[in-house]
Write a protein that binds this ligand. Sequence first.
Ligand SMILES: [Zn+2]
Length: 424
Amino acid sequence: MLLKGGKIINPEDNFEGLSDIRIKNGIITEIAPDLIPEKDEEIINVTGKIVTPGFVDMHCHLREPGFNAKETIKTGIAAAINGGYTAICPMANTNPQVDNASTLMYTISKARETGEIGFYPICAVTKGLQGEKLVNVSELLDIGAIAFSDDGKPVENMHFLREALKYINSHNSIIISHSEDSSLAEGGVINEGKVSTRIGLKGIPAITESLAIARELEVVRSVNGRYHFAHVSTKRSVELIRQAKKEGLKVTAETAPHYFSLTEDDMIDYDAKYKVNPPLRTKEDKEAIIEGLKDGTIDVIATDHAPHTVHEKLMPIQNAPMGISGFETSLGVALTYLVHSGKLSLKDVIKKLTFAPATILNISDQGKIKTGHEANLTVIDLNEEWIADASKFKSKCRISPFDGMRFKGRAKMTIIKGKITEIG
Ligand SMILES: [Zn+2]
């Protein structure tokens, strides 16, 4: 198969230019301009399109086992492919949680039978996400765990976190932190600020996140650990991580599209579509997140795809669960709010969707366009204008704060091991 006429962006070697890509048996065999088609070779014309490594989502929730009404592994994978993703890393907060060998094997076999996406599960750090007893790290890594996180909940016992970090790092893996001080977050619905005051909802202050990050940074420093911060949402968090990186700490960070596109002001109508944890913050926070993306403090754009049923998301805001359907709008939001707005280069955004997460997680067959490696690619139309329509999502969570919004730029093909899925 020959992908012909596309403009390649490959963050690994900083390449940006016109080139063809030859794929045989799912493997990239040749990358060069003007490749001559071989006899009977299938030609895929991607003239005018951008060809990038396939997107890697290092933070999502697929809900199976336990909450199949919200999403299943099958529908989650279909939604991810529909958003341009060739690899995903689901979090462990299912029921039962992915804190043991049999549940991990179950999710991996489900993913294998339903889709061909790169599937790299993140296992719990602690049994039952209770923050007390470490999971069997080496056993889970042998089966296929890619990293460890109690996401949805913080690990609050700092002695425990320190020991777990040393142990997990010694196995060449990382902890992904849901940084939150639960005493400050408790009972909160939206960001603590002018909107929460005005509409009378209990707020979640920004220091809920930054205080936890500050504390964890000291733990990371004390053991010289490698550590990743999930869904960074506040200005102060960005400042802390920026300073830590300057000092040489081996930390990385991600944010999600809603934190650089939406703010607490969007919640003025009590609409639970926007309810997410961490909550949408202020305009100032949003700008700091964009600045953090720009200067490299924030390495990765992850979706934090966190589906719920439409019924649940239509409940009164106090009762509705937190989470946004993310796979199918992430690229549109990133291109519209970061690239077309002139804030980040296309190359930088692509890196944060591909090479950066693959590198943090040590996934060798993702995040790059390289001969001898699997053909995991995304084809993008940078200028197509489209309106998000949640009713057409492949995700079961067909409700979204981005529903009805106009975006510029979208994925047109997801190519996984040479197999093409057309989008849109
Ligand atoms: Zn989280």
